[in-house]
Design a protein around this ligand. Structure first.
Ligand code: GLU
Length: 485
């Protein structure tokens, strides 16, 4: 009997929901549905210091927005739950013990200081860095005695020293990685939390995942996973590593170059069916070379043999073109009306805008010209606005870059957190508020006088603010200050 196909998307809830998650989720969803199987959502939140509930919620919301619904997951349950790794710690502890008992893993009491020294030595000798195996062949009783006396410890995978680990990738064929390149990976940290590798393998097995379809960046982890499947005596799932999304210059997509948060695309008015279509085009082409298709078409047509591995470019110009086509060809006027109401004219948004604008206008006709920046994506800016008084171009650029990075990292985007970020950036760049605040106001609103800056930014939202800062920065980078005459 062939097994029921089960796939999963396993994001870590850190930061904003990434376009890569939408892209990989689509292929997993379509593959499972094509085979009459199940698509699962698992939250990989073992790195507690970086994970947040808000980020988890944003993953749910954006995948639902895309129409990629899951059959089992943390919010809807299922037979193989819980589907949040932080709720499965007991399970991992039992399994790690099994690996220790069989000798496939070992306890290690090396201190962070010792590991730092080893690393330094390896770097000085121009050797590859990695764990030097100090605890690997020690007498386990001796290591245990240290642990009993209170020494913190981690558990590591005992990777073979020679030979190679091989696996089949359904798209790439056989992949072979020399074991010398595979580190004795930490599987359980000193706080008792599993690392990604252990939790991922145990869960994929217990959740009966048949096809692990994930991004190319995990290929180097796969040998570690294979070694664990073999050590547990478990059947390996099938692996597919999809190519990474790239910027136009072929570098890996990054928020420094382009928006990569699904929130941005949702707020900017990209249509979910156009997004799904665009993700579909990233690694796959239809036999008839069709470029416009629905999720249903994609689900029917997806064929791993037609996956292409060349770095797909996440080309915003193409996405915009596609979105335009969807808006013109796939939406009737009443639908566009609801789209505009939803995207731009939601009542609670209008109320917030009115609260900031009311005292600054005289009559209804004045609202739109005055408040237009509340309804736009980018605003026009002059690069010279970013040239801070008394600072060099380099210093000015660094200050705005710091601001954009800090805004990217903000979980909560409120007048208070914005104030703190702006003031902190000012101070850490050695600038005075007087030098910095007006230019920020101008690149956000295209106006010298606007409602209070922190409130204005909070109403505009994080995605729009960071988009405007990054766009203004791009223009500034290309700009040459006029030569003094
Ligand atoms: N938690 C990993 C991620 O954030 C999952 C990778 C995998 O699919 O194995 O992408």
């Amino acid at each position: 009997m062939t097994k029921r196909v089960r796939t999963r998307i396993a994001p870590s809830p850190t930061g904003d929901p990434h376009v890569g998650t939408g892209y990989i989720a689509l292929y997993n969803y379509a593959f499972a549905k094509q085979h009459g199987g199940d698509f699962l959502l698992r939250i990989e939140d073992t790195d507690q210091s970086r994970c947040s509930d808000a980020s988890e919620q944003a993953i749910f919301d954006s995948l639902r927005w895309l129409g990629l619904s899951w059959d089992e997951g943390p919010d809807i349950g299922g037979e193989k739950g819980p589907y949040r790794q932080s709720e499965r710690l007991k399970i991992y502890r039992a399994y790690i013990q099994q690996l220790i008992d069989s000798g496939a893993a070992y306890k290690c009491t090396c201190t962070p200081e010792r590991l730092a020294e080893v690393r330094k030595r390896q770097q000085a000798l121009k050797q590859p860095t990695g764990y030097d195996g100090h605890c690997r062949d020690r007498d386990p009783a001796e290591v245990q005695a240290e642990i009993d006396a209170g020494a913190p410890y981690v558990v590591r995978l005992r990777t073979p020293r020679d030979g190679a680990t091989r696996f089949v990738d359904l798209v790439r064929g056989e992949v072979s990685i020399n074991n010398t390149e595979v580190d004795d990976q930490v599987l359980m940290k000193s706080d008792g939390f599993p690392t990604y590798h252990l939790a991922n393998v145990v869960d994929d097995h217990l959740m009966e995942i048949t096809h692990v379809i994930r991004g190319e960046e995990w290929i180097s982890s796969t040998p570690k996973h294979i070694l664990m499947y073999d050590a547990f005596g478990w059947e390996r799932p099938n692996f597919v590593h999809l190519p990474l999304l790239r910027n136009n210059d072929k570098s890996k997509v990054s928020k420094r170059k382009n928006p990569v948060s699904l929130n941005y695309f949702k707020e900017a008015g990209y249509l979910p069916d156009a997004m799904v279509n665009f993700f579909g085009l990233m690694a796959f082409s239809f036999r008839d070379e069709r470029e416009v298709f629905t999720l249903k078409d994609f689900t029917e047509e997806l064929d791993l043999k037609r996956i292409s591995l060349g770095g797909p470019v996440f080309d915003l110009t193409k996405l915009l073109w596609l979105n335009g086509r969807y808006l013109r060809e796939q939406r009737e006027v009443p639908q566009v009306l609801s789209y505009l109401k939803e995207q731009l004219f939601q009542e609670d948004y209008l109320v917030k805008v009115i609260e900031l604008v009311q005292e600054r206008v005289e009559k209804s006709e004045d609202f739109i010209p005055y408040a237009s920046f509340f309804f736009a994506g980018d605003v026009e800016t002059d690069p010279k606005w970013l040239m801070l008084k008394g600072a060099t171009k380099k210093e000015s650029r660094a200050a705005f870059e710091m601001l954009a990075d800090r805004i990217d990292a903000l979980q909560e985007f409120s007048p208070e957190s914005i104030e703190e970020t702006l003031k902190g950036t000012c101070q850490d760049s050695g600038l005075k508020p007087k030098q910095f605040f007006m230019p920020v106001r101008m690149i956000i609103t295209n106006k010298k006088g606007s409602p209070p800056l922190y409130d204005t930014m909070a109403v505009l939202g994080k995605e729009r603010c960071r988009f405007r800062i990054r766009k203004a920065l791009e223009r500034f980078k290309q700009w040459e200050p006029p030569k003094a005459t």
